[in-house]
Design a protein around this ligand. Structure first.
Ligand code: ATP
Length: 241
């Protein structure tokens, strides 16, 4: 595709003290794409997302929509319409689904602003299950529903790029499919996605392109469909079934 890069990383590296956890990563997420980063435990996937979001210091070049970000900070990345749903889905358990959503859009909320209500209707259209449960306490939702709420809450800020860290973590296989299918629908609302997953098969099935991260470096990248049929990927990451 010739679509311009929404996110472009060049020579992107992240260290914990003397230990380099992410090494010279080149990565692109183009407008409208779902891109997945797969790889084994400890490959640096979470570190990569956290550093892009500005939660960790990094080296290398970061561009969002063609504009360089000198040094990513959360504030700068939020201002450029980048959002992260971390692995730990930090919801407000004692608050309703709806209040959790409203808090997600807080930075853009103004008294009497109708945009938040409209945005909430869009989120409910993507996640009808949340609409049915709008008055329910977040703590009483199922694992899959909590993940949908975490994603929905991030969408309230109207990101152009949504980064998801292992949305399938701790979910039963059937629910994994359901959550990832909703992720694949985010394209329809103009959101591009950078998805970190250990569940390689499910991630490759919904993604356009994929990067395989091993020991902090990109070992392989390409069309998700091609990687699904790549012998090495099948043997190492897809196993049987
Ligand atoms: P997982 O799927 O298990 O979460 P991952 O691919 O997300 O793995 P990271 O969590 O990014 O991997 O970890 C990458 C490497 O960096 C690992 O070797 C890990 O031990 C190390 N690491 C992660 N966080 C820290 C930290 N705060 N301090 C030092 N080393 C860290």
């Amino acid at each position: 595709s010739d679509a311009p890069s929404l996110l472009q990383l060049r020579g992107f590296s992240v260290s914990y003290g003397p230990v380099e956890a992410v090494h010279e990563v080149d990565l692109d997420v183009r407008e409208g794409e779902i891109v997945t980063v797969i790889g084994p435990n400890g490959a640096g996937k979470t570190t990569l997302l956290n550093a892009i979001m500005g939660l960790l210091p990094s080296r290398g070049q970061v561009q969002v929509a063609g504009e360089p970000v000198a040094r990513p900070t959360v504030e700068r990345m939020v201002a450029r319409s980048v959002a992260l749903v971390p692995e730990k889905r930090e919801l407000f358990g004692e608050m309703s689904v709806e209040d959790n959503l409203l808090l997600g859009g807080f930075s853009r909320w103004r008294r009497g602003d109708r945009t938040q209500r409209e945005r909430m209707q869009e989120v409910y259209a993507i996640f009808p299950r949340l609409a049915e449960r709008r008055a329910q306490m977040a703590a009483t939702l199922s694992g899959g529903e909590r993940q949908m709420l975490a994603i929905g809450r991030a969408l309230m800020a109207k990101p152009r790029l949504l980064m998801l860290d292992e949305p399938s973590l701790g979910l039963a296989p059937l629910i994994v499919r359901e959550v990832l299918l909703t992720v694949s629908r985010l394209r329809e609302v103009g959101v591009s996605v950078l998805l970190v997953e250990q569940n390689a098969r499910a991630a490759l099935q919904i993604a356009d392109r994929a990067y395989v991260l091993e020991m902090g470096a990109v070992a392989l990248s390409g069309a998700a469909e091609a990687l699904l049929h790549d012998r090495r990927i099948i043997d190492t990451y897809l196993g049987l079934g």
